[in-house]
Design a protein around this ligand. Structure first.
Ligand code: ADP
Ligand code: MG
Length: 284
């Protein structure tokens, strides 16, 4: 049910002019584009068909189908799709602030208040996905995009390239994601579900507050061992000044057993998230 021609008719190039490159993936390049009719700017993920296997093609159709369904202020909005002989074009809203990844690198770390605001948005948007039985499966700061260059909080979840509908609480088996962010149950190869995303959010929260990842190991085998044991620390040099509430939340998310791991819904009720700004004052 994918339209071959948009409302105005014609090809992608008839409808949009292509500008600078915003980012690059394995089979895609993301460019800033301008609508010829509306004169407004968007981002277009341009996927080269020749590079796709049959499985990649299925994943891309899942990505499109899921993005079309997800309507949330903090999930990237998909405006238009073009299926042309050599390329797919996914036209989404333009996120001028770039990746959360780069923002963390320039800021070094977020204050507790800033981190709380970002996390609240992420739990809310993820809760929305999970309530629609959608697992994102590749949450990491490269896939979280900021609206503007002068706001560190207004963030949206992007890249639903691994996203999948879950038919029951634990029905996924595909090992995917990114090493430092992947949940233990995925590494164990047992059926998993949406809770795997909550682990990744635990890793992201840890990075926002600490300024470095909870699981670091040169050797991937060693890294996976640590993740499977849930072996991480709050080093006093970096975490001494950080509230107990923040650490409790991270511990709830970085819980090895997915059944005992905090859900998005529960995370939104957590005292660190619901607490007043005053509670976090001076906690930076
Ligand atoms: P891939 O599946 O190849 O990782 P992504 O959807 O994550 O593709 O896009 C790759 C990169 O392109 C992102 O990490 C980001 O830097 C940039 N990007 C993607 N979508 C947008 C957007 N809507 N606005 C601005 N930059 C974007
Ligand atoms: Mg990506």
């Amino acid at each position: 049910n994918q339209k071959k021609a948009p409302a105005g008719g014609g090809s992608f190039k008839d409808n949009y002019s292509v500008g600078r490159t915003l980012g690059e993936g394995a089979f895609s390049v993301v460019k800033e584009v301008t609508s010829r009719s509306k004169r407004s700017n968007y981002a277009a993920k341009i996927v080269t068909k020749a590079k796709l296997t049959k499985e990649d093609e299925i994943a891309l159709h899942d990505e499109i189908g899921i993005l079309k369904k997800m309507k949330h202020n903090h999930i990237i909005n998909l405006y238009d799709v073009f299926d042309e002989p050599s390329y797919y074009y996914l036209v989404t809203e333009l996120m001028l602030g770039g990746e959360l990844f780069d923002r963390i690198v320039t800021k070094t770390f977020y204050t507790e208040k800033e981190a709380r605001d970002v996390c609240k948005i992420l739990f809310d948007a993820l809760g929305y996905c999970h309530s629609h039985a959608i697992a994102h499966r590749d949450l990491k700061p490269e896939n979280l995009l900021l609206m503007s260059r002068n706001d560190d909080k207004n963030i949206k979840i992007a890249d639903f390239g691994f996203a999948k509908k879950v038919s029951s609480s634990k029905c996924l088996l595909t090992q995917c994601g990114t090493p430092g962010y992947v949940a233990p149950e995925i590494l164990h190869g047992v059926p998993y579900g949406v809770k795997a995303d909550m682990w990744s959010l635990g890793v992201i929260t840890y990075i926002l507050l600490g300024g470095y990842p909870p699981f670091i190991e040169q050797n991937q085998r060693e890294l996976f061992k640590k993740i499977k044991r849930g072996q991480y620390e709050f080093h006093v040099e970096y975490w001494g000044q950080i509230s107990k509430e923040a650490k409790d939340l991270i511990a709830g998310l970085l819980t090895v057993d997915p059944d005992r791991r905090m859900s998005a819904e529960k995370a939104l009720e957590n005292p660190w998230i619901t607490g007043s700004d005053e509670m976090l004052d001076g906690k930076d």
